[in-house]
Design a binder for this molecule. Structure first.
Ligand SMILES: *Cc1c(COP(=O)(O)O)cnc(C)c1O
Length: 404
């Protein structure tokens, strides 16, 4: 016999997944509708419209893909790539290499422009490499979750547009937490996820794209064999499940059958977006910025140092150096086991050097910020780290008082 699920109480302060909004969890318990039930189609139509708002776009197309955020990244890239196409990947953190790996597997010719991870690129450096390499696609990450840095996109996007290059951007870790302007920044395809600032469980990717991309999709569209034996297309997209040209025709009024939509996840997404828009996007961004400010004030008052450039730091992730001589994993384990607080380690060269504290979505709340600061101070003192004691929580409280 197996026991019933036992889910412990947690304060999740990682860069995803974050605590799901209670209204989202409730939406997931609602009854199932058939995927072509008009009541469900209305929900899908509303989701399409709501997805566009945090992206800052008036694109016609925006919808969800069943799969985590990386399914959206893969769908976007393979929609554009045909074997031998040149893709430039400017990499200032871990997730850029994921974009590159997807492109390599799609048989693109990939060039990486690399730098150290403490800051994003100066736009000029990317533009110079575009001139040197002449790619068909530039693919970048807006917010690099592994190192907490955020790339200014407008100049690069405008240069790509002027030179007829596709600009694909991973906005997974900034969507719903930081103002985005997909249209103004000339992003052709933008991708987001659900388990970060949307406060929805992991399992869907969000995409939006413009007419330039739609033209490519139209040229590559192939109807599924079981639905038509005549509509063959030599240039068809290499995946069936992640074929944006088919997915678009399922999400729009043609309603051509593709997969069976994940009804409960779409309810969850609808509710996550609705709650976000009801709070108001500018209020949502202000809440994230305010909680970030309080967290930083507390960490600094403790005597801890932040990793990376301050002016390009993501509001949604705070990377902090593990104090000299302290076992970062022992502290993280104590936070989880004794305080019920989860923070993240990092990847690659940064593993063992920094922790990352998330500040995303429903987890971005004053009580969570105060809880993580108090717990971290307690665990660090227990491990005899040389920190200032008794300073962090009052500093955060003062920050809240001075920044309404
Ligand atoms: C979390 C994250 C991803 C991967 O998301 P999954 O939902 O785990 O597939 C990709 N890019 C960035 C920037 C992320 O933060």
């Amino acid at each position: 016999m197996f026991n019933e699920l036992a889910i412990p109480q947690r304060t999740i302060m990682t860069p995803g997944p974050v605590e799901a909004h209670p209204a989202v969890l409730q939406a997931m318990t609602r009854r199932i509708l058939g995927q072509f039930d008009p009541a469900f189609l209305t929900i899908m139509d509303e989701v399409k419209e709501m997805i566009k708002q945090p992206f800052g776009t008036t694109n016609k197309e925006a919808f969800a893909i069943d799969g985590t955020s990386r399914s959206g990244l893969e769908a976007a890239l393979i929609a554009l790539i045909e074997p031998g196409d040149k893709v430039l990947i400017p990499a200032y953190g871990r997730f850029a290499y994921l974009l590159g790996e997807i492109c390599e597997r799609a048989r693109a010719e990939v060039r990486y422009l690399e730098k150290e991870w403490t800051a994003p690129f100066a736009p000029d450096a990317v533009i110079a490499e575009i001139d040197a390499f002449n790619p068909k696609i530039v693919a970048m990450v807006h917010g690099e979750t592994a190192n907490g840095q955020m790339q200014p996109l407008a100049e690069i996007g405008q240069y790509c547009r002027a030179n007829n290059i596709f600009f694909v951007v991973d906005m997974v870790a900034t969507y719903g937490g930081v103002p985005l302007a997909v249209d103004e920044w000339c992003v052709d395809i933008a991708i987001a996820g659900t388990q970060k600032c949307l406060s929805v469980p992991s399992g869907l990717a969000l995409v939006t794209y413009n007419d330039r991309v739609e033209d490519v999709l139209d040229a590559r569209y192939q109807k599924e064999l079981g639905l038509s034996k005549t509509d063959r297309n030599e240039r068809h997209i290499a995946s069936n499940y992640l074929d944006l040209s088919q997915l678009q025709r399922y999400w729009n009024q043609e309603r051509i059958n593709h997969h069976t939509e994940a009804t409960s996840m779409i309810y969850a997404l609808h509710e996550g977006l609705r709650v976000l828009l009801q709070e108001g996007l500018s209020e949502v961004y202000h809440r994230h910025a305010r909680n970030e400010g309080a967290l930083i004030a507390g960490l600094k008052a403790m005597g801890l140092n932040l990793y990376g450039a301050a002016d390009t730091k993501m509001p949604t992730v705070t990377p902090v150096f593990i104090p000299e001589g302290i076992d970062g994993e022992a502290v993280r384990n104590m936070l989880l086991d004794d305080f019920g607080v989860e923070i993240a380690s990092s990847f690659g060269d940064l593993k063992g050097k920094i922790w990352r504290i998330g500040n995303m979505g429903y987890s971005s709340r004053k009580e969570n910020i105060l809880h993580v600061l108090a717990a971290l101070e307690g665990a660090l003192l227990y491990h005899q780290a040389p920190i200032q004691s008794g300073q962090a929580v009052p500093a955060a409280l003062r920050f809240y008082q001075n920044n309404i």
